[in-house]
Design a protein around this ligand. Structure first.
Ligand code: ZN
Length: 287
């Protein structure tokens, strides 16, 4: 398998440190296709898609993980979602303003991580967007929530994005606190020498050898990543139904059919009074 559209784990064999590479191209292109996003937003969505995938690599779960930033400026919201098996999608909501769509317009906003495990209750944690870029905000997020050092490197170019995560694990192999923190500090300094160009151009093995020549690193299995939208005729019908029957009757009195477009994948779904009634009654039988 090439490194394209993969999430690849690795561990430092002599230390309580692990990491992950994420590379996306086809899935990234598909996620932004069908939208007229400005270049800065395409770039930001690349970062969010990679970051969501890197975060998912740090937890064991079956379900969905969503990374979302909400702001009050030119960018209203940026969101990337991934499932445990690598199905991703993303979206940005922009204010109709002439402001530049830069990361600073998300400042004073909130960064939220939501995990929706299958069949169980969602949980969400939030931190203020305090950093100058997404990687810095995520570092802060982990300092607040996990108290384990976590580093993010994110790089995007048109049509392609990559990321590397390095994370401290609870002390098992290295129990001496002083040695442990020294090792982590060295790892941090070395990992900070990685440039966005290297991250995008070099393969995973080469990067690891180059950055951590002294370490014994084992590269573990890779997960393939795909763009996939979870929208469906049923879900869209559900969204329409939430308007209430009075409102719906009113709509279908005036319109023969209603078209709804999924804001993630731009797929459109058509309803007329008959198909809607049918779908709704099918939904009701399920409950
Ligand atoms: Zn969709």
């Amino acid at each position: 398998m090439s490194d394209q559209d993969t999430s690849t784990r690795f561990i430092f064999k002599g230390a309580d440190i692990r990491g992950n590479f994420v590379r996306i191209s086809d899935s990234y292109r598909s996620a932004i296709a069908g939208h007229q996003y400005p270049e800065e937003i395409k770039h930001l969505l690349g970062e969010f898609l990679v970051a969501a995938q890197l975060m998912a690599s740090t937890i064991k779960f079956e379900g969905k993980l969503t990374l979302q930033a909400k702001g009050n400026g030119a960018i209203r919201a940026v969101m990337a979602e991934t499932s445990h098996d690598g199905k991703t999608r993303a979206i940005a909501q922009l204010a109709e303003s002439a402001q530049p769509y830069d990361f600073a317009s998300l400042k004073d906003g909130l960064l939220a991580v939501t995990i929706a495990p299958k069949g169980r209750q969602n949980y969400q944690s939030m931190v203020p967007m305090t950093g100058d870029n997404l990687a810095a905000c995520l570092k802060h997020y982990f300092e607040q929530s996990e108290q384990l050092g976590t580093l993010f490197h994110l790089a995007v170019e048109p049509g392609r994005a990559a990321g590397m995560l390095i994370q401290q694990l609870p002390g098992q192999l290295e129990t001496d606190e002083k040695l442990r923190s020294e090792h982590w500090r060295t790892t941090q300094i070395l990992s900070d020498t990685l440039t966005p160009e290297e991250l995008l151009e070099k393969d995973n093995q080469t990067i690891l050898k180059h950055l951590f020549a002294e370490e014994d690193i084992q590269v573990l299995g890779a997960t393939e990543l795909n763009f996939s939208c979870s929208c469906s005729q049923e879900r869209m019908a559900g969204a329409l139904a939430s308007l209430g029957s009075a409102e719906l009757e009113e709509i279908f009195r005036e319109e023969e059919k209603v078209e709804l477009t999924c804001e993630f994948c731009s797929r459109s779904y058509e309803f007329n009074a008959a198909t809607l009634t049918e779908i709704l009654s099918r939904n009701e039988k399920l409950h």
